[in-house]
Structure formats: C-alpha cells, structure tokens
Design a protein around this ligand. Structure first.
Ligand code: FES
Length: 174
C-alpha cells in the first residue's frame, strides 16, 4: 500500500480498515479518531478525554493498540487498522464480545470498544494470560464505572473460549 502523499486540498491517506482498503485526502493534522469517525463513518471508536489518557479511542494499528486521539491519520497511511466494527463480520457478536456481555464486562459501555480491542490484541499474542497480564494489557483503558473485576473475568473467559474453539477446529481438520 502507498504511503501518504501530498495532494491538492490535503494529504492522500490509504489505509486498510477492517480488511477493506479506504483512501481519502485529508487535512495534514487530522487525528486518526476523526478520520475514522467523520471521514470513514466508523463511529464505534469513542472519544473520551481527547488527550491520550483514557484509552476510549483505542484501535489496533498493525495489530498493536494505539490511541487514535494522539495519532495523526497520515501516520496510519499504508497500514492496517482494526476498529471495533472489525470484530465481527456481520451483526452477530464475536466470541469476545459475547463473553463481555455474558460476564457483565459491559457497564455503561463507553470504554468497551477500546477495552475489547486491547483484550483482542493481548489474546492474539498470549492465549492464556494470567489476571496480572490481563490487568497490565488493559492498564491504558480506563473504565469510569470501575467495572474492572468483571472486565478481567470476561477477558479470562474469552481466553478459555477462544482456546476451546481453536482446539475444536484443529480436531475437525483432516
Ligand atoms: Fe483518546 Fe481518551 S479519547 S485517550
């Protein structure tokens, strides 16, 4: 994919978002969170503090959680982005979203998209995290409802569920 290039009226940005290539000419100082929400119409990414403290705006950039309120859209050009919309291919809940629901990991829900993306990134590299590792992975995501006990329990349950699903799909392989 191409990198950002200066174009008349803005800077051209090419990204792959949730598996789909998107491009737009944007103002050079446009923040990634505004690019996602206002240019691409992906409004699952929340804006909380707008200053890099709360983690509500977390998205995955090439698989790594980043705060999209402190990242310029041009910095994401040529890279892969995953937002909460990318967790599920249709209107159904993904396994990790379902477990958050089942384990009461969602309270007011404002931190949930960023929280789940941080959990998703953790489970990609560590399929059996300890509670301490889970707490470290979500330490940049603040929950204003203080629902951390349920969130940690949900992520631990999601790890078990994803491992079980992985094992059963391996058993089904020829
Ligand atoms: Fe980005 Fe709070 S809105 S860290």
């Amino acid at each position: 994919m191409s990198q950002a290039t200066q174009a008349s009226g803005g800077v051209d940005v090419w990204v792959e978002v949730n598996g789909v290539e998107r491009a737009a000419a944007v103002e050079p100082r446009l923040l990634l969170v505004h690019f996602l929400r206002e240019v691409l119409g992906l409004t699952a990414t929340e804006i909380g503090c707008d200053s890099g403290h709360c983690g509500s705006c977390t998205v995955l950039l090439d698989g790594t959680p980043v705060r999209s309120c402190t990242t310029f859209a041009v910095q994401a050009s040529g890279r892969r982005i995953m937002t909460a919309e990318g967790l599920s291919a249709d209107d159904s809940l993904s396994p990790i979203q379902q477990v958050f629901w089942d384990e009461h990991g969602v309270d007011c829900g404002f931190c949930t998209p960023g929280m789940i993306l941080s959990a998703y990134a953790l489970l990609q590299t560590n399929p059996a995290p300890t509670d301490a590792e889970i707490r470290r992975a979500i330490s940049g995501n603040l929950c204003r409802c203080m629902n951390y006990a349920h969130i940690v329990r949900a992520i631990a349950a999601a790890a078990v569920k994803l491992r079980e699903e992985g094992e059963s799909s391996e058993e089904g392989e020829p």
